[in-house]
Design a binder for this molecule. Structure first.
Ligand code: GLU
Length: 473
């Protein structure tokens, strides 16, 4: 088999969300799984709706998720000359013809067809045929160019998701592939249309597998016919079912979908998002949690889901938590530093990477995101305010002397968890208290909260002087 070449071809209209970027993940993973090439192509021909800001979110989102492309980004607006060149070639070969039907005539045709309960379609008035006399060319009118769709027979492909699809050519009218040229130009070829640009790109870029949303499935038979007219064998197609939001609507910005980069800002790990999106429409047995390397090892087009998948925030958070648990502490430390920087919190100079990584190791199990992790580690980098009512309940007059005795022991103890634990136990024995009676007020005073991982381990990561000062207060 020739080298696998896949592409992601987003339209930069609106900010790319998780549902859209899944259409980047699959062709990327398929290319990586097969030592292939992954191409990024920006379909920016809708000039009114396309924006640089939307392109930026695509590029940033893909970079964040590690969906790196090997070729591109190619911008369709920069390839217009090439599309026109192919139109011209097809015109010369008689594969394309000018059509002068005005929009008023088209409307009238459509109305007649609807009244007769027929499917509205172009009727081939201007399609040249041997022995046919075409109407006289109206003066001063620039034509559209239409593709001579094959008549009779059908277009068939084996879709990797939907199975065999067969569309009769009688269903397809002659597609407009170029709009009228400007009235004052000598040109006959105006702006090429969307479906045509896609065909030329897929041909020029040597795409072997088109993996895209199933909102394009209706375009496929037309694209295949044009490709064949250009002497190309069509690629393999996989049309991915829609991603629905939690309310069961098609995921869209209009329905509140967040831009991909917002998940980065909310502190999700890129590998967790990749894992979650991979499972949203593809499976490898019962595996729910996997690494990027495993995804690349396993990904194929044979286990794509056939039905729409639904976004589930709770599941995303669960997947994210599993990735936090196994994430490298040094990497988490770097991300947490970034979180504090974003909050404008400067870290104590004494807080080196090693200790920050140890803090991450202690707290990461409880977190789905690095934002939550930074929230936990806040106790180490800024003063805490113990919740007054809870403190009043737990730090009773009976317990206060025990806290003071614990503080005295800590002043002399070796500053490590086992010695801190010994100091705790000795204090409990001395005052005949149970662990929570002492550990909870200590946590409230030092950490500002009653629940933490094991108190000796938590304290050991503070500076001794900070713990003593908070206990003394
Ligand atoms: N630009 C199209 C979109 O964003 C994708 C076209 C394609 O993949 O062929 O929906």
């Amino acid at each position: 088999m020739s080298q696998v070449r896949t592409r992601f071809a987003p339209s930069p209209t609106g900010f790319i969300h998780l549902g859209n970027i899944r259409s980047a993940l699959y062709p990327w993973a398929f290319a990586r799984a097969n030592n292939g090439v992954f191409i990024l192509r920006i379909e920016d021909t809708d000039e009114e709706r396309s924006s640089q800001a939307a392109v930026d979110v695509i590029l940033e989102g893909m970079q964040w998720l590690g969906l790196n492309h090997d070729e591109g980004p190619f911008y369709q607006m920069q390839r217009m000359d090439r599309y026109k060149e192919v139109v011209r070639q097809m015109l010369d070969q008689g594969l394309v013809y000018p059509c002068y039907m005005s929009s008023a005539e088209l409307d009238a045709l459509r109305e007649r067809q609807m009244a007769a309960k027929e499917k509205p379609r172009y009727d081939g008035t201007w399609r040249p045929e041997p022995g046919k006399t075409l109407p006289p060319v109206p003066a001063g009118v620039k034509p559209v160019l239409r593709f001579k769709n094959p008549q009779g027979g059908s277009v068939v492909w084996d879709d990797k998701v939907k199975g065999r699809i067969e569309i009769s050519n009688d269903e397809l009218d002659d597609l407009v592939i170029a709009r009228p040229a400007a009235a004052d130009s000598d040109e006959i070829i105006g702006t090429p249309t969307y479906n045509f640009c896609v065909v030329v790109d897929d041909m020029d870029m040597g795409i072997t597998h088109v993996i895209r949303g199933d909102d394009h499935v209706n375009n496929t038979p037309r694209q295949i016919n044009i490709l064949r007219a250009l002497g190309q064998e069509p690629p393999i197609y996989a049309h991915l079912p829609t991603v629905l939001n939690e309310q069961g609507e098609k995921m869209s910005k209009r329905h509140g979908a967040k831009p991909v980069t917002q998940y980065r800002d909310e502190g999700y790990l890129a590998d967790a998002i990749v894992n979650y999106l991979a499972r949203l429409g593809w499976s490898h047995g019962d595996d729910e949690i996997f690494s990027r390397a495993q995804l690349i090892e396993w990904f194929n087009l044979d286990h794509l889901g056939r039905s729409a998948s639904q976004f589930d925030e709770a599941k995303l958070r669960w997947v994210a938590q599993q990735h936090m648990k196994t994430a490298a502490d040094a990497m988490l430390a770097g991300l947490v530093r970034g979180q504090f920087a974003a909050r404008g919190v400067s870290l104590p100079a004494a807080l080196d990477d090693g200790r920050l990584a140890a803090m991450c190791a202690l707290f990461k199990d409880r977190c789905s995101t690095t934002v939550e992790l930074a929230d936990w580690l806040g106790m180490y980098v800024a003063d805490v305010i113990p919740p007054a009512q809870e403190l009043a309940e737990k730090l009773t007059d009976a317990v206060k002397p025990a806290v003071a005795a614990f503080a005295r022991r800590l002043a002399d103890a070796a500053w490590e968890a086992p010695a801190i634990n010994q100091a705790l136990k000795d204090t409990l024995a001395e005052f005949k208290l149970k662990m929570p009676q002492l550990a909870i007020p200590v946590r409230l005073l030092v950490c500002g909260r009653a629940q933490t991982p094991s108190v000796d381990a938590v304290l050991a990561l503070f500076e001794r002087s900070v713990v003593l000062a908070r206990l003394a207060a």
